[in-house]
Design a protein around this ligand. Structure first.
Ligand code: NAP
Length: 300
């Protein structure tokens, strides 16, 4: 699999190039190709990571049509994480528990394996940016009721959180989720969020609010212990209004870019059977790209 493409400045596609990628809708602005191709180049692999913009109704046909290793593997993003799990033949424990998969790998025997690396990515990001955080220290509060919230809830429970409180606009959605995840998971509306924040060890924004620089979820941080760690899964912008408000209230914060990078690392390992090369600063690369995107948007 190794090749002799030197320092990776020029990407050469050969007849044997291994293809991996990310499927989503929309997916054009994904930072995953940047991260994975930087690792691929540094590792000297004959491989390429591309984005597949798959139409909403077309994911099952697309993903099952790749059986047998036409591509080595796929990351899966919005809105296909649930269907990715449904169409797989084998599933990891966290994918099964959360009902969502962000990583499909294709075996040569035709089988598709579904995994969830979002949950461990989130926990690794918290461990890195809020050292000493202990999930067992208190309930986790997750704002949101979509695929990201579900993966986070399952991962936190598996890591030892004593309870998970889901706060979401659509109450029915979190009640359905709490039924699927078991009695340690309870659902709240935003009007009750102050009750949910009591004793919280961690507060996570897993809604789409704040994406693109708008206001994040409006919550009263004074209802939470000052020690609660606050994380935002949104990483565009990196320093969201939600994180700024949390810091102003005295909380330690964790950003969504670190989660993106940390979920990518086990994906790379699943694709290529080796961890990503440590010498590449993919966070710096991603920050440069985010800054360039922000400048282009401001100029438009
Ligand atoms: P999703 O399934 O579409 O869920 C979106 C969530 O946002 C739902 O809970 C939805 O509430 C809520 N929401 C949307 N607009 C809202 C509004 N105006 N007011 C209140 N709530 C609103 O998306 P997802 O896959 O869970 O992703 C959620 C966020 O996490 C996205 O910003 C995504 O980019 C981010 N994410 C980041 C990473 C990372 O690696 N950093 C990984 C995964 C996801 P309803 O249920 O009421 O509609």
């Amino acid at each position: 699999m190794e090749d002799d493409r030197g320092d990776g400045d020029i990407m050469t596609i050969t007849g044997a190039t291994i293809v991996v990628g990310v499927a989503g809708s929309p997916v054009t602005h994904s930072l995953s190709p940047l991260i994975h191709n930087a690792w691929i180049a540094a590792a000297g692999l004959d491989a390429v990571y591309v984005a597949f913009p798959v139409p909403a109704e077309g994911f099952a046909a697309f993903a099952t049509g790749l059986r047998g290793g036409i591509v080595r593997g796929l990351n899966v993003t919005l809105p296909f994480k649930e269907i990715a799990l449904e169409l797989s033949d084998l599933a990891g424990q966290l994918a099964e528990k959360s009902g969502a998969s962000n990583l499909l790998t294709y075996g040569a025997d035709g089988r598709i394996t579904a995994r969830n690396t979002d949950g461990p990515g989130m926990l690794d990001a918290i461990a890195l940016q809020a050292p000493g955080f202990d999930p067992a220290a208190g309930p986790a509060v997750i704002l949101g009721g979509g695929g990201a919230a579900r993966g986070a809830a399952a991962a936190l429970l598996m890591a030892g959180s004593p309870a998970v409180r889901l706060v979401n606009r659509t109450r029915e959605r979190v009640l359905t989720m709490s039924r699927a995840l078991g009695p340690l998971v309870t659902g709240y509306g935003f009007e009750d969020h102050r009750i949910a924040l009591k004793d919280a060890a961690v507060i996570i924004n897993a809604t789409a609010l704040g994406l693109g620089g708008g206001p994040g979820p409006q919550i009263d941080f004074s209802a939470a212990p000052r020690e609660a760690v606050v994380m935002d899964m949104v990483y565009k912008p990196l320093d969201t209004q939600f994180l700024q408000a949390a810091r102003a209230a005295g909380h330690r914060t964790v950003d969504g870019l670190e989660m993106l990078i940390r979920q990518a690392a086990p994906s790379f390992e699943a694709f290529f059977g080796r961890p990503p090369p440590e010498e590449v600063d993919v966070r710096a690369l991603a920050l440069e790209t985010l800054a360039r995107m922000a400048r282009a948007e401001a100029a438009a």
